[in-house]
Write a protein that binds this ligand. Sequence first.
Ligand code: NAD
Length: 254
Amino acid sequence: MIRVAVAGYAGRMGSAVVEAVTAADDMEVVCGIDPFGKEAAFPTYEAIEQAIEGESFDVLVDFTQPSVVAGNVEKALSAGIDCVVGTTGMSNDTLDALASKAAGHACLFYAPNFTTGAVLMMQFAKAAAPFFPEAEVLEFHHCNKKDAPSGTAVRTAQIIASARGFESEAPGSETEIDGCKGARGALVDGVPVHSVRSMGYVASQEVVFGSMGQTLTIRHDSWDRASYMPGVLLGIRSVGDRTGLVVGLEEFMD
Ligand code: NAD
């Protein structure tokens, strides 16, 4: 039985993780961590230190907030606990620095997106990137999302930039008219990224590629948080076999 602690168990994603882990035969929720917790069928703590002190668990799953995730992960990794992290907003440097503090064989697994569809979207974008001079990423999320652009959009832009190996010639921020700064999006590794926040969305993304006389659009939509759960469970089952930093669900899907 894999013993799992869920940080952010009272949140939107954390609640779905608790349900999915509870329903799985080979793992159990040992405790939840959340300073704004709710009644639960397992012991709950307000802070990660208390959970590490009070319980014994193999994996910490973190779906919290960009401002707290690094602190949670650092404490768990230092205690030799594997981490499955979905909280977005950490830079590559932060991920590297955290993984370097892992004790023993502890692994930090971070997936900017746990849906198989988004992973495939990124792989298709990687395949298309060398063939199109222009690429832009448009992402659409619910309006309670605390970070912009999304972790998936940042990773997609990084993948496109490294796969194509040339600079875009599309007009950039220098063409934005007075009072409309940001109209051309944020540049992530030279790829414009546009973040839409609105009621009605869970998480969607389009990657638009352009060349002479044609565009190619790759689109993925998550309409329900259940779409993330097979990926989270795969991460929980796989993280014990790895050490150090692992980024992206594709590492385990193969
Ligand atoms: P949410 O606001 O509904 O939940 C976050 C929870 O974390 C809250 O209950 C909050 O009280 C709790 N929290 C705050 N500080 C904490 C701490 N120090 N320790 C423990 N818990 C703490 O947010 P959400 O919609 O569930 O999203 C959580 C994160 O997951 C966001 O960063 C979001 O972008 C990300 N996300 C990632 C994926 C993915 O596939 N990787 C998918 C969806 C969301």
